[in-house]
Design a protein around this ligand. Structure first.
Ligand code: C5P
Length: 221
C-alpha cells in the first residue's frame, strides 16, 4: 500500500466530527480519533467514520496491566477500527497482550502501533529505538514517530514495520505549536508509511482542497 494520509479529527464533539467528515470523506481514507473526541462521543464517532467508508486510527494510547489492555484491544478490534495504539513503556507483556487480542480478529485485525516517548518529554534517539525494538519483538506492527526519526527506524526495524508520523506541516501552512516540523514530501522521502495531519487541513478555509494538496505533495505532484 502506498503511504497514506490520516487526518486527525481533533474536534470536540460528534456534530463537528460529522461536519468535518462531510467535507473530507470523499478525499481522505483515514481519520484519527483521539482522547478528546472519543471521550465526548464514544463509539458513535467510530461508526460515523466507518459509515462513510473511511478507516479509523483509534489514538487512545492504552497503558495498563496486560489483562486490561488485552480487553481494551479486543473492544477496539470489535468496534472495527483499522489501527490503535498502546504505550511501549507499558512493557513487552502488555504489548504482546494487545497484539494477541488484535490477532484474534484474523485477517481483518487492526494494526497495533506503539507510542515510544511522547514528544512533550525529552528522549534520546537510543531510548526511542530501544522501545521501538521492544514493540517489534512483542509483535506490534509499528510505531508513532517523528519523520525525522524515520530513516533510522526504517533501517533498524525493516521494511514492514509501520511508521506513523505526525508533526507534518506543508510549506504553505502555519506551523502552530509543532516545533520539529517536516513537509509531506520530506516525510514520505524519509520513509513514513502514514502521515498524520490535523490543523493544516482542519483549519484551512477549504479542508478538502488542503487535503488534496497534501496528497498531491505526498504522491509527487
Ligand atoms: O494539528 P496537527 O497536525 O499538529 O495534529 C497532529 C496530531 O497528531 C494531533 O492529534 C496530535 O495529538 C498528534 N500527535 C502529535 N505528535 C506526536 C504524537 C501525536 O502531534 N508526537
Amino acid at each position: 500500500m502506498p503511504n497514506q494520509l490520516i487526518v486527525a479529527l481533533d474536534v470536540p464533539n460528534l456534530d463537528q466530527a460529522r461536519r468535518t467528515l462531510d467535507q473530507l470523506a470523499d478525499t481522505v481514507r483515514w481519520f484519527k480519533v483521539g482522547l478528546q473526541l472519543f471521550t465526548a462521543a464514544g463509539p458513535a464517532v467510530v461508526r460515523a467514520v466507518r459509515a462513510r467508508g473511511a478507516r479509523v486510527f483509534l489514538d487512545l494510547k492504552f497503558h495498563d496491566i496486560p489483562n486490561t489492555v488485552a480487553g481494551a484491544a479486543q473492544s477496539a478490534a470489535a468496534l472495527g477500527v483499522e489501527m490503535f495504539n498502546v504505550h511501549a513503556s507499558g512493557g513487552e507483556a502488555m504489548m504482546r497482550a494487545a497484539a494477541e487480542a488484535a490477532a484474534r480478529m484474523g485477517a481483518d485485525r487492526p494494526l497495533v502501533i506503539a507510542v515510544t516517548i511522547l514528544t512533550s518529554q525529552t528522549a534520546s534517539e537510543a531510548d526511542v529505538l530501544s522501545l521501538a525494538r521492544a514493540a517489534k519483538t512483542s509483535g506490534l506492527d509499528g510505531v508513532v514517530c517523528s519523520a525525522r526519526e524515520a530513516v533510522t527506524l526504517r533501517r533498524e526495524l525493516g521494511a514492514d514495520f509501520k511508521l506513523v508520523c505526525p508533526g507534518i506541516r506543508p510549506a504553505w501552512s502555519e506551523t502552530g505549536d509543532q516545533k520539529r516540523i517536516i513537509t509531506p514530501r520530506e516525510a514520505v522521502q524519509a520513509g513514513a508509511d502514514y502521515l498524520v495531519v490535523g490543523r493544516p487541513i482542519l483549519a484551512s478555509p477549504s479542508p478538502a482542497a488542503a487535503a488534496r494538496r497534501v496528497l498531491d505533495e505526498m504522491h509527487g505532484g
